[in-house]
Design a protein around this ligand. Structure first.
Ligand SMILES: Nc1ncnc2c1ncn2[C@@H]1O[C@H](COP(=O)(O)OP(=O)(O)O)[C@@H](O)[C@H]1O
Ligand SMILES: [Mg+2]
Length: 420
């Protein structure tokens, strides 16, 4: 079978690595791909948001199955368009992808289906939003409705910060259309956990839990980033919590989507806050997370392509989905300066040395230049390891990180909770 994977980051590299183990996969095309993906797939330079270009590529190359991994093309309806063109595609259609692309859609769904989430109200009028903030107090959380590349959420500690966030989003056009509606919601305290699930519109099968580290610096300081590292499973997500989440959050979510006429097929990701009062949904994503995928998929013992096909065909309940014991960790190496200004084009050394039986390197922002591998993005590499426990995985990942170097490389030293 010939597979097309849409995207160019560490998540796509991890998906392709797993698909290479699937029975019957002969060719993989990745658009646009990256320097590391080029070892496992043919990279074709069609942008992930070029819907016409992607449909054309899939048809020209007789692709048997497409996997749309990033949020933007899903929200733009790439799966709808591929399916219309006769190409089986994994991922939600545009209607179902709203669960991520519109935080208002997701909040209203949760409120209707009685799914635990922060108390919230939706606003388009800045004065009304400010009056609500006066009434409910700080800290409070202001969220832009639409996709905002991980920058659409402001945790305001003071009333002034909250009011500024309202103005920036509703009047300043900070997020364009994505910010024309906002949510003001209750600040929740607890530990975060990510639960990704396979979904076929009716059945939902949770994967192992994971936790990512969004902030730039050790100790969760600095700016939010695309993700500086992750590990799986997360001990905070106990079996008891898992049962409650499945029954009271995941199944009701999938049912609500079906009842609304937009059954969810693909990967449903619930971002949870584990509070003293139980698990609350912070947000949903409509796809595999990055970098969570880099630590979850390596633990999957079953055939990923078969599961993806079952999600599309509605036969997930017949699928055998098994997970390895132990743990997995990824430490993200970034270009110094990320998520602000950084420079690219530096040679990466030590990549082969970092690979072992237990460790491997996922590429996020790299580019080939003859024999050399160059940095080509903010997040450059995800250095991964498996172990009998999460802690041994963390230790091995850091040992591998030590072997890799490039100019201005930066990474957090406390992924997995310890300082390394
Ligand atoms: N109600 C809340 N209470 C406390 N923290 C929150 C709340 N909502 C979001 N956050 C924090 O902000 C981060 C980003 O919010 P999220 O809803 O996941 O949006 P996005 O991933 O689209 O930026 C979360 O991972 C969490 O750390
Ligand atoms: Mg999030």
């Amino acid at each position: 079978m010939k597979i097309l994977v849409v995207g160019s980051g560490g998540r796509e590299h991890a998906i392709i690595k797993k698909l290479r183990e699937s029975e019957g996969v002969t060719d993989i095309i990745c658009a646009p791909g990256n320097g590391g993906i080029a070892d496992l797939a043919e990279c074709v330079s069609v942008s992930a948001t070029d819907i016409d270009g992607m449909v054309k590529l899939a048809k020209e190359r007789n692709v048997d199955f497409a996997v749309v991994a990033p949020d933007d093309p899903l929200a733009m309806g790439m799966v709808d368009r591929l399916e219309e063109a006769g190409i089986p595609a994994f991922g939600p259609d545009a209607k179902a992808a709203q669960i991520e692309a519109s935080k208002v859609f997701a909040k209203e769904l949760m409120q209707r289906a009685n799914i635990r989430t922060a108390a919230a109200e939706v606003f388009t009028d800045p004065d009304k939003a400010k009056a609500y903030i006066k009434k409910t107090g700080v800290p409070t959380v202001i969220k832009a409705d639409g996709l905002a590349k991980g920058k659409g959420v402001i945790i305001a500690q003071t009333e002034k910060e909250a009011e500024d966030a309202v103005d920036d989003m509703l009047c300043g056009g900070m997020f364009g259309n994505a910010g024309s509606r906002i949510i003001v919601e209750e600040f929740l305290e607890g530990t975060e956990a990510s639960i990704m699930c396979f979904c076929d519109g009716k059945t939902v099968v949770p994967m192992i839990s994971s936790q990512d580290h969004k902030r730039q610096y050790d100790g969760d300081l600095g700016k939010n980033t695309g993700g500086m590292g992750a590990f799986a499973p997360t001990p905070a997500y106990t079996e008891e919590i898992a049962r409650d989440v499945e029954e009271n959050i995941l199944q009701p979510t999938v049912k609500a989507m079906r009842d609304m006429g937009c059954p969810f097929k693909g990967v449903l990701y619930a971002g949870l806050m584990l509070t003293k009062k139980g698990a609350y949904v912070l947000e949903y994503n409509a796809r595999f997370g990055d970098p969570e995928t880099q630590v979850v998929l390596p633990m999957l013992r079953s055939d990923l392509l078969k599961i993806m096909q079952a999600c599309r065909e509605g036969t997930l309940s017949e699928c055998d989905i098994a997970w390895e014991k132990g743990g997995c960790c990824v430490v993200v190496m970034t270009s110094g300066g990320y998520p602000d200004k950084y420079e690219n084009g530096f040679e990466i050394k030590g990549l082969a040395d970092a690979e072992s039986e237990k460790t491997w390197v996922i590429h996020a922002g790299t580019k080939r230049d003859g024999e050399k591998m160059l940095t080509s993005g903010g997040r450059v590499l995800g250095v991964c390891a498996k172990g009998d426990t999460v802690l041994t995985a963390v230790k091995s990942a850091y040992e591998a990180v030590e072997k890799i170097s490039f100019h201005n490389a930066f990474y957090r030293r406390d992924i997995g909770g310890k300082i390394h």
